[in-house]
Every structure is written in structure tokens, then in C-alpha cells.
Write a protein that binds this ligand. Sequence first.
Ligand SMILES: *Cc1c(COP(=O)(O)O)cnc(C)c1O
Length: 394
Amino acid sequence: MSEKKIIPLAIPNFDDEERRLVDQAIVSNWVSSGGPLVVEFEKVIAEYVGTPTAAATDSGTSALHTALMLAEVGPGDEVLCCPLTYIAAINPIRYVGAQPVFLDCDETLCISPAAVAAFCENECEMQGEKLINKTTGAHVKSLEVIHIFGNMAHMPELLALAEKYNLIVLEDATEALGTRYTAGPMQGKYAGAIGDVGCFSFNGNKTITTGSGGMLVSPHEQWVQRALYLTNVATNDLGADTYRQFIHNEVGYHYRLTNLAAALGLAQMKKLEGFIARKNDFHKMYTQALDGKNGYRILQYNPDAYCNKWFLSLYLEDCPKSRDEMIGYLDANGIQSRPIWTLICDLPPYKECQCADLTTARRYRERVVNLPSSTGLTDEEIQTVIDTLLKVSR
Ligand SMILES: *Cc1c(COP(=O)(O)O)cnc(C)c1O
């Protein structure tokens, strides 16, 4: 029996460049937290997204946790966010003792400016500088914008609301490295580098990977300096006597990226634009062949942006198969796919959280199937996915 090749959803794409740089890290004995390649990787990312500096972390989750500490979001505070996401976007809110408030998404799958406006206007009131939630009495301190599947949220509208209601804007750009505006008032701006602080992830399934890793960027240079300090077990200035004598003036975190991981990241960054171009090719192929056929749609991205299109999504508009039947059918044909996440507000740790109307998020949850989006796929493999989807009988 011949073994059937599986068409993967989102796997890494390496070549000799990764081996060469990882080998360099091994030979140098700099394999652990920090090191020269970490500093270089930070510089490359900061230059790429257009921020003065960056702080590398050991995961996207630790970058988000650090970002909330920088924003001084703490016990009793609330953060506005959308529950149609991966749980690592929300857990850090709890790590700092705050609570999420769940609002709906729009057609970008990201938080809806209209939902934010309605919540702030109708459910909250300004007391001095602070936006107070009338139901809980809590200070709504931050707006977390999560750029789902590498899409660009409607940032001009969201930033205007953040300004109006005095909210710190945290961008979870863990899925959106490389996504940038190409039109409109924010032309040239990169996802993650628009708000007060932004975070990226280099987990194995993301557009580029370091195994595990993350990056924090901010236009506020002191915030990045503080991130470097907190993630390095509350030490900076490694040559100083305070370091040699193990003086730590705060509770810090062992959240720095390793030099070994940074080696992977530097090699991957050289290929990022090529990876994004490939994903854009796949999106075009899926759209041309499938959109409007068999009751399918292919989800489109913010037209004002060039998006990294991290994950490509089939939307079952009027289809004889349910989401899970479709995933089973693809699986039986050697094609990996997955549903969009269970809404975070439906999971046990977050069941008691305040939720606004979530009609749009629930609709996408029911109808989206993510299709193979790995950058190493060939046109023939994408065509196989298309042919398999067109064979589904009505
Ligand atoms: C991947 C991801 C994270 C977390 O990144 P890790 O590097 O896996 O810790 C956070 N938020 C979202 C939306 C993600 O997709």
C-alpha cells in the first residue's frame, strides 16, 4: 500500500541557512537566554516593523504578559478584547489579575470598532480620566486588538476610540508579522507597531518560527527598556556590580529568548517576504477557484493592507456539509484543516466574564474551516485541496 502524503496546515519551512546560524550559536557556546544573536534579531525586527527598539522573549505569551505589566494593567482592571481567538491572547490578562470583557468582531475577525464604541458609550462612563464599567465598577484600562490570521484590524477607528476613552492599546500581532497598511491614513504602518505596545510570536506554526519565541515592540522607548529588564529576571546592565552580586530590586521573569532560538529567527527573517508572497499566492488560488462555488466563500482581508495571510479560511456559507463534516472529509483525503477556536468566553476559566452581543463571532466559529497554508506547499498541492473541495457533492 502506498503511503498517502499529507498536505499540512501550517508547518515550518527551513533550509541550510537555519543550520548555518544555529551551528554558529553552538560553536560560540552562547545557547541560553540572551547573547549576540538575540540583540541582532531584536534590531532586525525593530527595523522591519519601524519601531526604535524591540525586546525578544521566549514566547508570544510571555511578550503579552510583559506588555500588560508595562501598561500597568493590574488587579481589578478590565481589558476589552474579542473572544474569537487563541487562549494565549487572553490568559495574560489573568496573569496580571485583570479581567477580560468580551466584545464582538467584524468581517476582519478582529474586534469591531462599532462594538467597542457601543460598549464604551452605553455600558461605561468617564470618571475623570478613567473609563468606568457601570456594571462592575472596574476601570477599563486597555483595548487589546488581536490581528486574527494576520488580518489588519480597523486601526484608525480603534485608535480614535482609545484616544476618546483613554485606553492603552495593546496589539496582539502574534499572527500578523509583516501585515501593513498600503492605503488610508496609516499607509506604511505595520501591525504590532501602531498601538502603545505590540507582540509577535515565533511559535512553530506561525509565519516564521524560532521553535518558541516572541518579540515586544513599542514606540515608548522606556517601555522596551523596562521589558528588557523584567524579562531578564529584573536585571539590566550585566557588567554592573548589582548583577555580579545578584541584586534584584523587583520580582522579574525568566522570559528572554535564547541565542539558539534567535539564530533560527535571523535565518527565517531573510525569507519572511517570500513566505508572505507565497501565502498571498495561495489565497489568490483558493479565491479564484472556490469563492462562490458549492456554497463556499474564501475569507478576504482588509483591503487597505498587505496582509501576511497567516491562515487561509474557507467559509461555509450555504454548504451541505457542516464544519466538522468538512474537516472529516478533508482529513480522509489527506488534507489537514481545523475549525476556528472555541470562543474563549465558552471555556471554563472565562465562563463568568462579561460579554456583549457576539453574533458575528459565533457565526464565524460555526462556519470557518482553515485550509492548508504552509509556505512550503507547491501549487500542485494547493490544486489538490481545491479539487478535493470541488468534488464535495451537493
Ligand atoms: C500564537 C498566539 C499567541 C501566543 O504565542 P506563543 O508564542 O504560542 O506563546 C497569542 N495570541 C494569539 C492570537 C496567537 O495566535
